[in-house]
Design a protein around this ligand. Structure first.
Ligand code: F3S
Length: 366
């Protein structure tokens, strides 16, 4: 059957017609509508859906109301979800009871659907997609990492589309799912990077100047890739960067027609030093390894980890935490992405090198 330009298989057609229930039909309608608007000709099965935008702070009452109808409807693929607005073990430090109850309802709905209790923006440590797998992910930093480092294929999905894709186990076959659209055209020369904050600053600049083109980057060290990509995906619409020596062959093409250079001076202008009275946020994207934690900072880690510590925040994200309720007014962070969004929210925030914070942390225990 064809819906506009889109060809649906018998099974997809049955889902859309309501044969498996109204909820599946509604999810399929979302995928079909987006697919049609992008000129997709078919749908494609996915191996992992990752839902973002599940903080009660972001979706509020209307989002929760919409989500309620999917309670108990089982997902058809491996599914994970993003950090929430607080650490469930420390919620009273950050939110009031009403916020807590509403946020837990959102989580319980997702879990009733078969989502992993992931609460993280690094879902690839729960299940690492193989090269060439198709995904429907909704978290810009994870999407950029999946496409650029893991060689998986995903578009930047909004929360409802990723959720709908989880429910029907498919997404529309368009955009970055097609090799012909994964063509890097701009070679980018980077300044030397020696700290994750510098990687974040470079990423913020790159995201702004690259627009919707795909960059080709040489000489980027592995340990800085996550922070650079997360920042570039925040300040711009980047979803794929071809990184020499890192992006798997066969998942991109090169057709360089433009060369640009990022100036060290512009990077320095985004970085500040500590004054000593700031609250420090570290772990955006979430820390993959506790050895990276900084004792004098609040450290954000995935929600499923079995770790404890006064300064460890599990399953949450500084950017979606309702910080207005805390006494924290002056913020320092090692993350270009957190710097970008917290500044946008009107906080007094600075981007500081992890090395500088480490020196300050030297004699402290986590
Ligand atoms: Fe993750 Fe939140 Fe940063 S979702 S990438 S910790 S803004």
């Amino acid at each position: 059957m064809h819906v506009g330009t889109l060809y649906l298989t018998k099974e997809e057609e049955r889902i859309l017609s309501g044969y498996f229930g109204n909820e599946l039909a509604e999810a399929m309608k979302i995928i079909v509508k987006v697919g049609e608007s992008l000129g997709a000709e078919s749908l494609i099965p996915i191996s992992h859906a990752h839902a973002s935008g599940i903080s009660y702070k972001n979706i509020g009452e209307p989002g929760l109301h919409w989500l309620r109808k999917f309670k108990g409807i089982k997902v058809r693929t491996f599914s994970t979800f993003n950090p929430i607005g607080f650490d469930p073990d420390k919620w009273s430090l950050f939110v009031d009871r009403d916020f807590f109850v509403k946020q837990m309802e959102i989580i319980n709905i997702l879990i009733s659907m078969g989502f992993e209790k992931s609460m993280t923006c690094v879902p690839y440590i729960l299940r690492r997609p193989k090269v060439g797998e198709h995904l429907a992910w909704g978290e810009s930093s994870a999407i950029a990492y999946a496409n650029s480092v893991l060689g998986a294929f995903t578009n930047r999905e909004g929360g409802p589309v990723a959720l709908a894709a989880a429910i029907v186990g498919r997404t529309y076959y368009a955009g970055l799912h097609k090799l012909e659209n994964r063509v890097a055209t701009v070679e980018v020369r980077l300044p030397e990077i020696n700290d994750i904050a510098e990687a974040g600053a470079v990423g913020l600049i790159l995201g702004e100047i690259i627009g919707d083109k795909i960059p080709y980057i040489k000489g980027l060290k592995k340990e800085y890739v996550r922070h650079l990509l997360a920042a570039a995906a925040a300040s711009g619409s980047l979803a794929l960067a071809v990184i020499d020596g890192i992006t798997p062959h066969g998942t991109f093409m090169l057709d360089i027609s433009e060369r640009i250079e990022i100036d060290k001076k512009d990077v320095e202008s985004l970085i500040s030093t500590l004054e000593g009275d700031e609250v420090i946020f570290h772990g955006c994207p979430h820390l993959l390894d506790l050895n990276e934690a900084l004792p004098c900072a609040w450290n954000a880690v995935p929600g499923f980890l079995q770790v404890k510590g006064e300064k460890i925040l599990k399953g949450t994200c500084f950017v979606v935490m309702p910080l207005e309720k805390t006494r924290w007014k002056k913020i320092a962070t090692t993350s270009g992405k957190a710097f970008f969004y917290l500044r946008k929210r009107g906080f007094e925030v600075k981007l500081v090198r992890a090395e500088e914070i480490k020196r300050r942390c030297k004699h402290m225990k986590l």
